[in-house]
Design a protein around this ligand. Structure first.
Ligand SMILES: [Cu+2]
Length: 319
């Protein structure tokens, strides 16, 4: 009795699956795939039809599907049984002709191109490129030298979020991933951004350099495995765009920093921040434009040889 009962159910399931499978057509001509983005269910088939020119289709992973470049007309089909995102291109015109087949049911693809920008003294706006197949986004933040924690979420197809309640003039590191019931995408690359500082004149003191006619305030915080502190500033009267810092002893300079006026079109109309540090302790360098409050923060992790920084995109606050 039990076997006789099961068979019709299996037959019904099979019929339901087969009946569900769809066919989607993509036209190949004018150096494009139309539509370039196709969203399908597992078991669906995509048919590409070339109606003009010599082209092919080749999955970016090099294995899932491809045909040979051939002059029109031709058709090529592939049935997608595995959930996932399958970008592809024409091997004859790889930079012009790109498409993607998104097969539902798997984890989403990762969001792309994460950007972060201060919108106030306490908030940073994140933007990213939309993922595929997500039901939500998870937004994580860490303080410099801290560990990532979730600070916000965003709904499917949202591509921005404001993180609020932050400290002024302070750097934070962000990353975002897409999620759905089947799993999570990879995280975006990590992005560092700083909130604006309150607008105030730069006042030099033992830990504050005021460079470039006193417009830019520079402070450095350091941390070793056993100690930490604010670096001691050494102003250079004869070189007012530049300054030095020491951490442990005035006999032992650790850093040279300078802020340069490149406010001419040929140089990009920016203020530049350059520094070099002869150390492997943790460093947080904070540069504030006292006229606008715009803040740039640079971070070197503990036990890492500090790389030189030549940030020619530091401040778009000319003149
Ligand atoms: Cu082509």
């Amino acid at each position: 009795m039990r076997k006789a009962f099961l068979l019709p159910i299996l037959a019904c399931l099979f019929l339901a699956t087969a009946a569900h499978a769809a066919t989607v057509r993509v036209t190949v001509h004018n150096f494009e795939f139309s539509p370039a983005v196709v969203n399908i269910q597992p078991g669906d088939t995509v048919i590409w039809s070339n109606i003009g020119g010599t082209h092919n289709v080749a999955s970016d992973d090099g294995t899932t599907f491809s045909n040979e470049p051939t002059i029109a007309p031709w058709s090529f089909s592939h049935t997608f049984n595995t959930p996932g995102s399958f970008p592809y291109h024409c091997e004859v015109h790889p930079s012009l002709m790109q498409g993607v087949v998104n097969v539902a049911g798997g984890p989403p693809s990762a969001p792309t191109n994460l950007q972060a920008q201060a919108i106030s003294t306490t908030a940073i706006r994140l933007t990213w490129g939309n993922a595929n197949g997500e039901t939500s986004y998870r937004i994580e933040m860490k303080t410099l030298g801290g560990t990532f924690q979730q600070v916000a979420t965003a709904d499917a197809d949202e591509t921005s979020a404001d993180v609020t309640g932050l400290a002024p003039g302070t750097g934070y590191i962000f990353r975002v991933r897409a999620e759905n019931s089947a799993g999570n995408s990879a995280f975006t690359s990590e992005v560092l951004a700083a909130t604006d500082a309150p607008i105030a004149a730069c006042v030099p003191d033992s830990t504050t350099l005021c460079v470039n006619n006193g417009r830019f305030q520079v402070r450095t915080h350091w941390r070793s495995t056993t100690q930490s502190g604010d670096a001691t500033a050494v102003a250079l009267d004869f070189a007012p765009d530049s300054g030095l810092f020491y951490f442990f002893s005035s006999t032992n300079i650790e850093m040279l920093v300078k802020v340069l006026n490149a406010c001419v079109p040929a140089l990009g109309n920016k203020y530049w921040v350059f520094y070099a540090a002869t150390t492997n302790v943790e460093l947080t360098v904070t540069v504030i434009d006292s006229l606008t409050g715009k803040t740039r923060v640079y971070f070197n992790p503990l036990n890492t040889a500090a790389l030189p920084v030549q940030d020619t995109n530091a401040f778009s606050t000319c003149p």
